[in-house]
Design a protein around this ligand. Structure first.
Ligand code: FBP
Length: 567
């Protein structure tokens, strides 16, 4: 690795963390306590959860593990603590800091330890591909983006054979704990493993860490995931640069699709940051049951109104997940997912798109077939591409922004003929996704991920099997954050997959009744009418704290902080 001056200087940043995580030697011996916290899981799901997780279910009623310092002096233990760690799913800025925090906390515990990193996600665990991680290995990865220290993967752990394999590998390494850094799917894996390990008497505690740029691992216990802040700051910088270009040239509408497979958190945060002309929020489209034609009409209405003021330019934000939230598209995609899974072998024998699409047309219901054929050929092709390991269409490859451009363009042509539009519709399209997943973490993410790593070490020290490391009060300074552990099962729900109800970690979508969406919906009409772009500039790693230590605006709004201090 070649170390640039920036890389070196940024590596010197020492993340801030809650003072309660300073000395893990004070924590050894199960000082974690059950917080008296009134909570409940969905009562209907509770008995089903019990049936799926009979050995770990009791934790749901035990509550949050709050990490507190033990009284008195610590007792030395000569038995080394062995901890495994893996990175899973899409990269998110801060992943390396979780491992660094884990390592630092284990070092500070003054107990001998070994940290084993599994390579390439859960696949590395199942195939026992691993390396020992030492201080020297981590030095050049401090405060860096990416998951390249260990690599990542999307292997699912579903079968008991896989669980048995994971148990065997963990036993071979004599692991006291295995830390899984991932999103909702990876933490669903973690919950399954925790149950299997407990049932089979394995000594390894499974601990989850909430990661994803999408920000959709969010609920009453998780205020946001690490990686979200850095990714949206980069996207917001790029959007504001494009907005300046739009204002300068005054000839293009820029359709910008933003990553986020399901939820529109990234798009909402970028809208709050940059105040674009139009922002589509997928959850709202679904709640209002808007058809594709209605979404297009909504866009065209703003474009026409702006044209009448001589403004033939603007910024339009489109969430990656939008297409699955439009009712007729959702039905079509669900049918396609089902078809492609059921007839996978046969479809793979068909040569090329034309044959595949003819076959699919014959199998789809009438409505779905109609929707499919009304789409541009490129989009049809993208909807037939290989599925991800969960059987879902790879939305990052579906160019929804181009679909919208094509439909808006033809709508405006008709409006022009009818004399209702006299502007000129120039456009550009962009997709902001991969470029945000590996940038160097902002201070917020560097601190948050590092603190989660220290928390995971604390949970490992107390053998908290089936818990996720969390940090609460994130809008306060890091020294005041409240670390803890939440039972993975307390965040689970049931989803239908391949016709069966399966337990999965619940995805946190944008709450339309929440303060962040509320602020956006109060202001969006003004942003559409006149140009109110907000130019964020790049992430600041050095400089005054009011620039470097910012928290996401949606988090600030949700925590009731004033606009004046956080804008
Ligand atoms: P995670 O949920 O694993 O963090 O990944 C999210 C994401 O970045 C999505 O926004 C995007 O659709 C997807 O990953 C792309 O996945 P891949 O890396 O497999 O192309």
């Amino acid at each position: 690795m070649v170390i640039s001056p920036f890389h070196k200087a940024r590596g010197d940043y020492q993340p801030r963390f809650p003072s309660s995580l300073t000395d893990l030697s004070q924590l050894r011996g199960a000082t974690a306590v059950a917080e008296a916290h009134p909570w409940s899981v969905d009562p209907a799901a509770k008995s089903d959860l019990h049936a799926h997780f009979p050995h770990t279910f009791r934790q749901v009623d035990q509550g949050i593990l709050e990490l507190t310092q033990a009284q008195g002096t610590s007792q030395a233990s000569e038995r080394p603590l062995r901890v495994g760690v893996l990175l899973s799913g899409g990269p998110a800025p801060g992943g390396h800091n979780v491992i660094w925090g884990l390592h630092d906390a284990l070092t500070a515990s003054r107990r001998p330890f070994e940290l084993v990193g599994f390579l390439g996600g859960a696949g590395g665990l199942l195939n026992n591909r691993s390396r020992l991680l030492t201080h020297e290995d981590l030095v050049d990865y401090r405060n860096t983006g990416g998951f390249d220290l260990l690599g990542t993967g999307r292997t699912k752990i579903e079968t008991s054979e896989q669980c048995a394999k994971a148990r065997e590998v963990s036993a071979r390494h004599e692991l006291d704990a295995l830390v899984i850094i991932g999103g909702d799917d990876s933490n669903t894996n973690a919950a399954r493993l925790a149950e299997y390990f407990k049932a089979s008497g394995a000594k390894t505690a499974i601990i989850g860490v909430p990661k994803t740029i999408d920000g959709d691992l969010k609920n009453r216990f998780i205020e946001t995931t690490f990686g979200f802040d850095s990714a949206v700051r980069l996207y917001s910088e790029l959007i504001s640069n494009i907005a300046r270009d739009a204002l300068s040239g005054r000839k293009y509408y820029h359709f910008i699709r933003l990553m986020g497979r399901a939820a529109s958190h990234i798009t909402l945060e970028c809208a709050l940051q940059t105040q674009p002309t139009i922002t589509l929020i997928a959850e709202e489209v679904a709640a209002r049951q808007l058809t594709l034609a209605e979404v297009v009409e909504q866009l065209a209405t703003v474009i026409k109104a702006r044209a009448s003021q001589g403004r033939d330019y603007g910024i339009i934000l489109v969430p990656e997940g939008l297409i699955e939230f439009i009712p007729e598209m959702r039905s079509l995609i669900q049918e396609l997912n089902h078809l492609l899974a059921e007839h996978k072998d046969y479809i793979s024998t068909l040569s090329g798109f034309t044959e595949q699409s003819e076959y699919v047309h014959r199998k789809l219901t009438r409505d779905a077939s109609y929707t499919f054929s009304s789409l541009p050929l490129d989009i049809q092709r993208q909807l037939l591409m290989d599925r991800d390991p969960h059987g879902n269409v790879a939305l990052s490859r579906v160019e929804t922004e181009k679909l919208l451009i094509e439909l808006v363009q033809s709508h405006l042509k008709e409006e022009k003929v009818a004399g209702r539009y006299s502007g000129s519709f120039g456009y550009q399209h962009h997709f902001l996704g991969y470029e945000g997943r590996c940038i160097g973490p902002s201070n917020f993410d560097a601190d948050y991920a590092y603190s989660l790593g220290r928390t995971a070490a604390a949970l490992a020290a107390v053998g908290a099997n089936g818990y996720m490391a969390v940090m609460r009060d994130l809008a306060s300074p890091p020294e005041h954050w409240r670390p803890g552990g939440v039972p993975l099962l307390a965040m689970m729900t049931f989803e239908r997959r391949h016709g069966q109800a399966v337990p999965v970690l619940r995805k946190g979508l944008v709450e339309l009744g929440g303060r962040a969406f509320g602020y956006f919906s109060e202001h969006r009409d003004a942003w559409a009418e006149s140009d109110s772009f907000r130019f964020t500039g790049p992430i600041q790693y050095f400089g005054p704290s009011y620039l470097t230590d910012r928290v996401p605006l949606s988090l600030a709004l949700e925590r009731g902080l004033s606009k004046e201090t956080h804008w």
